[in-house]
Design a binder for this molecule. Structure first.
Ligand SMILES: Cc1cc2nc3c(=O)[nH]c(=O)nc-3n(C[C@H](O)[C@H](O)[C@H](O)COP(=O)(O)OP(=O)(O)OC[C@H]3O[C@@H](n4cnc5c(N)ncnc54)[C@H](O)[C@@H]3O)c2cc1C
Length: 480
């Protein structure tokens, strides 16, 4: 059932309140749907995009260049899945080295997660390319959670959704008793047995800060709320021209010809393996390599023209062979980040939104290791292309300069309320329960303790399904 007005649902009793209707909140609600568990999702935004709503996402960035916080996420039903790229891949085994759970604890939810996200292929495979590189398969889903799940939620007896309801306070003494939210010009409150914050990678930290501020005795004052935030630094690091014939021969030789198709819309992903990463002391990363077809008869000012100056003989040879046409590659890298206590989400001391709630400050720096990772990746790729006579690679000049590097991504907000064993260095336990509070849980990438190079949403959905299983047991047990 979907409402946008408090009075329509004020008499309903809820077992669980989920704050936020993005992929994390919706997946959790779906997991509990068939269980006679009455769930309410409280969503701040409207059904569709609105600039007025986005304003509540404004905040300050302190540190390296980072896109504005009001454009890197969507405050509407379905959350940021309204503009995500849909790239999915599960985390690797070693990405869990500092988590209290392991990859196998999430893998049991993979099939269900794929169904929820509309991923038709059933493999995130890894294939060896050579001693340094693996071909890693991402899957892509064009899914908008709002479009797929709106009718399901509308027709559900157990899932209730209220939109245009901004949760501003969560109150409790030993455990959480109620949430206070702003709807249609007034503040209201609602109660439930259990509460889950699924407000996205930055707002989860913000709400946890607000909970600590409004309930001084509820949370450990030293719990690192907002700390250990991290991203996936993302940047174009180079371009290449390939000799199609030689490239095809290489793919045949390495039996990768069914996995990489050379066409102008195609792309593939290459990740340096763990041995390479450890040996060079760089970060885990992946290069997304996309084919670009260039016809020099039409595209005069192309990268190929630039490359003609750098490797004139080689480029001329290829152009003659292909009638002035060339297949080039755009190479973009996505890296992990060194986990840093000082990368953090805090409440602003001076800026408030129009309801008087503190905006966030995001403190974020990339570290020089990101630049080193970009450099090492492109150098090694260049060497590999020459050794195999596949083509020639040109690096982006900026990564060799001393300029601060831009971050061309900005939508993967991870950490801030990370998972761990105790409240000294984490915020939630292995069941995603906030340390010290029996009925408060967190869902979403804010709980990640680290994340390698894979995009976060597949793991977010797996985690929500696991949380759903846990809450199901708890809620049904208390109903007996
Ligand atoms: C441009 C872009 C491209 C992306 N591409 C990819 C990709 O290719 N692959 C991938 O895996 N990920 C991608 N992402 C990231 C992906 O969108 C997020 O990981 C995902 O949406 C997070 O889901 P979530 O439910 O945790 O949070 P969100 O999607 O942020 O949803 C949180 C919800 O909570 C609501 N909310 C927040 N605060 C409150 C409050 N106080 N009260 C009530 N409601 C509240 C919000 O309105 C929102 O609906 C991309 C992100 C961006 C910005």
């Amino acid at each position: 059932m979907i409402f946008n007005n408090y009075h329509q649902l004020k008499d309903i009793k809820f077992d669980l309140i989920i704050v936020g209707s993005g992929p994390a909140g919706i997946s959790l609600a779906l997991e509990l749907e068939g269980q006679k568990i009455s769930t309410l999702i409280i969503e701040a935004g409207k059904n569709n995009f609105s600039e007025e709503s986005q304003k509540f996402y404004e905040g300050e960035i302190i540190g390296d260049n980072y896109p504005p916080l009001s454009v890197t996420r969507l405050r509407q039903f379905g959350g940021s899945s309204g503009h995500w790229g849909g790239l999915c891949r599960s985390l690797e085994e070693h990405d869990f080295s500092n988590w209290p759970i392991k990859k196998k604890d999430l893998d049991q939810f993979s099939d269900k997660a794929k169904k929820i996200i509309n991923l038709r292929r059933n493999n995130f495979y890894t294939k060896k390319i050579n001693e340094n590189y693996d071909l890693v398969r991402f899957e892509v889903s064009p899914l908008r959670f709002r479009d797929k799940y709106r009718d399901k939620i509308k027709n559900s007896k157990n899932i209730h959704l209220i939109t245009e309801s901004y949760v501003t306070k969560i109150l409790g003494n030993k455990k959480i008793n109620k949430v206070i939210f702003f709807n249609k010009g007034q503040f209201f409150n609602l109660s439930s047995k259990y509460f889950v914050l699924a407000c996205g990678g930055i707002e989860n930290s913000k709400l946890m800060h607000l909970i600590r501020k409004n309930n001084p005795k509820l949370l450990d004052p030293n719990m690192p709320i907002g700390n250990y935030f991290f991203e996936h630094p993302y940047k174009k690091i180079g371009e290449a021209i390939i000799d199609i014939e030689n490239f095809k021969n290489f793919l045949k030789k390495t039996k990768l010809h069914n996995s990489i198709k050379i066409n102008c819309d195609g792309w593939f992903a290459v990740a340096p393996n763990k041995q390479f990463v450890n040996y060079h002391n760089i970060l885990d990363s992946v290069m997304q390599i996309n084919f670009v077809y260039t016809d020099l008869n039409i595209h005069k000012k192309s990268f190929v023209e630039k490359l003609k100056c750098i490797a004139p003989e080689y480029v001329r040879k290829i152009l003659i062979k292909n009638n002035n046409k060339a297949m080039t590659l755009g190479i973009t890298a996505q890296t992990s980040q060194k986990i840093d206590f000082n990368n953090k989400v805090e409440l602003s001391k001076s800026k408030k939104d129009s309801l008087g709630i503190e905006q966030v400050n995001l403190f974020w720096k990339q570290s020089e290791m990101v630049r080193e990772t970009y450099k090492k990746n492109i150098q090694e790729l260049g060497k590999f292309f020459i050794d195999e006579d596949i083509g020639r690679v040109a690096a982006e000049e900026k990564i060799y300069s001393s300029e601060t590097l831009d971050h061309d991504g900005g939508g993967h907000h991870m950490g801030g309320t990370r998972v761990g064993i105790n409240s000294y260095d984490s915020v939630v336990d292995k069941n995603l329960k906030v340390h010290g509070v029996d009925n408060l849980f967190l869902a979403g990438s804010s709980v990640f303790a680290s994340a390698g190079y894979s995009n976060p949403t597949f793991t977010i959905v797996q985690l929500s399904l696991r949380l759903g299983m846990h809450l199901k047991e708890k809620i049904l047990y208390t109903k007996k």
